[in-house]
Write a protein that binds this ligand. Structure first.
Ligand SMILES: Nc1ncnc2c1ncn2[C@@H]1O[C@H](COP(=O)(O)OP(=O)(O)OP(=O)(O)O)[C@@H](O)[C@H]1O
Ligand SMILES: CCCC(=O)O
Length: 352
């Protein structure tokens, strides 16, 4: 039983084919930034990305007719529970319109549906960005006009938590973890019984990240909004795409910053240590959500490849529990396995 997974990112589209649990092949198509920028909105990128995928599959002489299903990364959709979902017209409409936000991952379901159409294959998404398992008290922001929202690297966080649970000889449902996805954006989640009962919204709360500002001092932010320095669109762009490390050091590459730190650059060291400080603080906060009863702390995402950074974090948080490091992400596997759980009858797919 073969499954094709599609994972569109802001500058790349990853695809992978699994046969049952075995990876047959995986490709990371890196797109030309300038080409993508020319395609104003996300849906305009569809033919460009689809062509790139089809040419990879053709080069490999891969027959779409051999697939049992296509599964795409679920993008910014309505708040929903964790799981595998059938892609239907309503879901596609929300992904296309950007009603719940625009993110490259919105293209996951759209591309998957296009590929599946000719052979009338089932199409799924798994654990989209909008997975919402917050406990009610975590929704209260402190201002009645504003509700806190779950916006989190759900796909990877669930997948790596499942892996660590298995290493501990447990089902995910019998564990509690604090899981921190450290990538271009940063999500820290408190998982109780496998459910993400509190998270920092990766778009605008919690630690700053390579490209995002994270949570900011609210009064000064309001003053900046009304200062005339930025339009609404410009400020949102600055906070989410040009904030964090980028706003201080002019690069989003933690690899580069680490080299600068190692060659004695004090500015780079200060900013990196500040990011670690904020990540550790968020982990501590999520540990208290779990009343200190965590089976461990999981560090994942691209930045977790850095031993220097994971050691700095470990020094600050290991009093809470064991620290597990799973660098990178397990998203392709998570997509394929999510679809396979449905195709093999272990789980029922949800309706959007
Ligand atoms: N070996 C490494 N050492 C240090 N940093 C690394 C390493 N590899 C990747 N990174 C950093 O990880 C960050 C990107 O992480 P990742 O690849 O998880 O992000 P993304 O997939 O673009 O976004 P997101 O994780 O938010 O979906 C970059 O800042 C990159 O420099
Ligand atoms: C939270 C996952 C998507 C993102 O914000 O990068």
């Amino acid at each position: 039983m073969k499954v094709l997974g599609i994972n569109p990112g802001s500058t790349s589209t990853k695809l992978a084919v699994y046969e049952h649990e075995k990876l047959l092949f995986e490709e990371n198509i890196r797109h030309d930034d300038a080409e993508l920028m020319k395609l104003a909105d996300l849906t305009a990128q569809l033919p460009y990305r689809l062509d790139a995928i089809m040419s990879v599959l053709e080069k490999r002489d891969f027959q779409l007719s051999s697939l049992a299903a296509v599964v795409g990364r679920g993008g910014m959709l309505k708040p929903m529970s964790s799981g595998t979902y059938f892609v239907d017209d309503h879901l596609l409409e929300d992904a296309r319109s950007g009603k719940y936000g625009n993110h490259a991952s919105n293209l996951g379901s759209i591309i998957a549906a296009e590929i599946a159409r000719e052979y009338q294959l089932p199409v799924f998404i798994v654990d989209p960005v909008g997975v919402d398992e917050l406990i009610e008290e975590a929704r209260i922001s402190g201002l009645a006009d504003i509700e806190r929202k779950s916006h989190v690297h759900a796909l990877n966080i669930k997948a790596v938590s499942r892996k660590i649970a298995a290493e501990l000889g447990k089902e995910l449902a019998d564990t509690s973890f604090v899981a921190a996805h450290l990538g271009g954006g940063i999500s820290v989640a408190a998982l109780k019984g496998g459910r993400m009962i509190d998270v920092n919204n990766a778009e605008n709360e919690g630690p700053f990240s390579p490209e995002r500002a994270g949570g900011l001092p609210a009064k000064q932010l309001v003053q900046l909004c009304f200062s005339g320095k930025y339009s609404e669109k410009e400020l949102l762009q600055r906070m989410t795409k040009q904030g964090g490390i980028f706003s201080y050091l002019g690069t989003k590459s933690v690899i580069e910053i680490e080299q600068r730190v190692k060659s004695g650059d004090p500015d780079a060291a200060l900013v990196l240590k500040a990011m670690v400080h904020q990540i550790a603080k968020e982990i501590g906060a999520m540990a208290t959500v779990l009343e200190g009863k965590a089976d461990g702390i999981i560090l994942t995402g691209g930045i977790s490849h850095s031993e220097m950074i994971t050691e700095w974090i470990r020094e600050k948080v290991s009093f809470i529990g064991e620290v597990f490091v799973l660098p990178g992400e397990a998203e392709m596997e998570a997509l394929a396995f999510g679809a396979l759980r449905v195709l093999t009858g272990q789980e029922e797919a949800e309706r959007y």
